[in-house]
Design a protein around this ligand. Structure first.
Ligand code: ACO
Length: 482
């Protein structure tokens, strides 16, 4: 890290001595004040829930200029990568820091292609899920389960293991996402094909069947590849920070990525594409474009709890550059499929037009994010709404693993362990210190008492076996049963 010429001084109004803190400069973007010694020097923590002003790490992978609406992967603007590169080249860039030359590209593509199959045992694991399980629930389980199948790539401190885990994850995610989809549909899984591109292979595993040949549509293949590129990394967002925090304990890479998948699922993050399409379908059902004004009034009413999904971003205070590219892809895909008059696309454009002119959105600098149009593209391709976030997870896996590997290689990295401002009771009273009891309350009074376990928790087992009611309550033991 590069020290800046200036230092920061923190002074206190109560006469405590002021503290000087070093300032570090990034290559671009805001400088950071190094507060690591603050607690040792002052006995105080900083308070920043939601990380509004806190850099949790140093990173050389992705840079966002939220005011300009700029996104760079290793210095390359996303617009250039989306137009001139394919997803695997982008993966190489994110993982190793450079766009591959021809030999490197061939080698990298071949390594990924040769890891696309999953252990045959995975399908039996998958069978444990209900067919109607949400694909993100399935994926969280499947990705974590990879650690049970590939024991030679679970040591996060071994560079060779990390490298193999990275290739395996990038290669196997499309297979797992397609398997989750096929399982839900009750169709046979399609094994990967090595002669197809990364996106083409995924389309075939999704929509092909063993009954006939599947011909990849090049427009859809390119569109999907672009979706993957646009979602590949986004610096220290919620899921990436989750992966870093999870991995900081030294857990295996598959478990850390599974944590990222779980975090991504939420509607404020990767789940926004699903939530956005559900919102559009909802407005469409209620009357479509004619209901946009009414809907916008609800969005602006803080008490309604309604948000314009696919709008707003913690970092972008300008147009998300990915949303522009996604809108372009949306036009291409709808044209290719003869869906130019798609009512949801029209509705989305109308919502965007109104929002961009409305003072509520203008004053808060709320613009469409990548998820505003990605759902329309995916839906047109035949991807079910509940799989949108799974596609996002597939694409983001390379970003997660690149960030995880960067963290482990950083000599300054430590286990992540935030502090807190404690606002609870000062000291536990007699009642709380007493033994707590778990009461199993059935129609009949308790008849049996289990021995207390070492934590001092009593279990009273009782009641009808057919319909026990369980009440867990932190009460003091008032009587001991004979
Ligand atoms: N609709 C209506 N109002 C909004 C929206 C929205 N989509 N987004 C933000 N606002 C309002 C907030 O209510 C707040 O208003 P206030 O200042 O009057 O209280 C103001 O704009 C600032 O928003 P915050 O919620 O404080 O911003 P934050 O950075 O915490 O949240 C977030 C960002 C979560 C993305 C938010 O904009 C949101 O919920 N958007 C909708 C969900 C979405 O599209 N998520 C995808 C993000 S991109 C991605 O993860 C791939």
């Amino acid at each position: 890290m590069k020290l800046a010429d200036n230092k920061a001084t923190l002074s206190f109004s109560n006469g405590s001595p002021s503290v000087e803190m070093p300032v570090y400069q990034g290559s671009i973007g805001p400088d950071v004040i190094d507060i690591r010694k603050l607690y040792a020097q002052t006995g105080m923590f900083t308070y920043d829930p939601g990380f509004l002003s806190t850099a949790s790490c140093q990173s050389a992978i992705t840079y966002i200029d939220g005011d300009k609406g700029e996104l760079l992967y290793r210095g390359y603007p996303i617009e250039q990568l989306a137009v001139n590169c394919d997803f695997l080249e982008t993966c190489h860039l994110l993982l190793y820091g450079n766009l591959p030359n021809e030999t490197q590209k061939k080698d990298f593509t071949s390594r990924v292609t040769n890891h696309t199959m999953v252990n045959e045992q995975m399908q039996f694991f998958l069978r444990g899920f209900r067919r109607d399980a949400h694909p993100m629930a399935v994926l969280t389980g499947l990705v974590g389960a990879l650690s049970a199948f590939y024991h030679d790539s679970t040591d996060i401190n071994n560079p060779q293991h990390r490298e193999v885990a990275a290739i395996r994850l990038i290669a196997k995610m499309p297979t797992l996402v397609a398997m989750a989809y096929k399982y839900g549909k009750g169709e046979p899984y399609m094994y990967p094909r090595n002669d197809l591109s990364y996106a083409g292979n995924f389309l075939r595993m999704m929509f092909g069947t063993p009954c006939e040949d599947y011909v990849v549509n090049p427009v859809l293949e390119r569109a999907l590849d672009r979706i993957f590129i646009l979602h590949a990394d986004h610096e220290q967002n919620a899921s990436t920070s989750t992966v870093r925090l999870c991995g900081s304990s030294g857990t295996n890479p598959f478990a850390a990525i599974a944590a990222g998948v779980a975090c991504l699922w939420g509607p404020a993050h990767g789940g926004a594409n699903e939530a956005c399409l559900n919102m559009l379908e909802d407005i469409q059902r209620q009357g479509g474009v004619s209901k946009v004004g009414e809907f916008m009034e609800k969005v602006k009413d803080k008490n309604s709890g309604v948000k314009l999904m696919g709008f707003g971003h913690r970092v972008y205070k300008n147009y998300d550059p990915r949303a522009k590219l996604m809108q372009e892809t949306c036009n291409e895909v709808l044209k290719e499929l003869g869906l130019e008059n798609d009512p949801l696309f029209k509705l989305a454009k109308e919502l965007e037009k109104i929002a961009l002119e409305d003072d509520y959105f203008v004053s808060r600098k709320l613009y469409p994010n990548v998820d505003f149009y990605s759902g329309i593209v995916q839906r047109a391709m035949g991807i079910p709404v509940n799989l949108f976030t799974g596609i996002f997870a597939l694409a983001r896996t390379v970003g997660w693993i690149a960030q995880l590997n960067e963290m482990i290689s950083d000599p300054e990295y430590k286990i992540g362990r935030p502090r807190q401002l404690f606002t609870g009771s000062e000291r536990a009273g007699k009642r709380a210190a007493a033994i707590q009891t778990l009461i199993v309350d059935g129609p009949r009074p308790p008849t049996h008492e289990s021995p207390p376990h070492p934590g001092g928790l009593f279990l009273w087992c009782a009641g009808s076996a057919s319909r026990p009611r369980i009440v867990v309550t932190p009460v003091t033991v008032q009587r001991v049963l004979p």
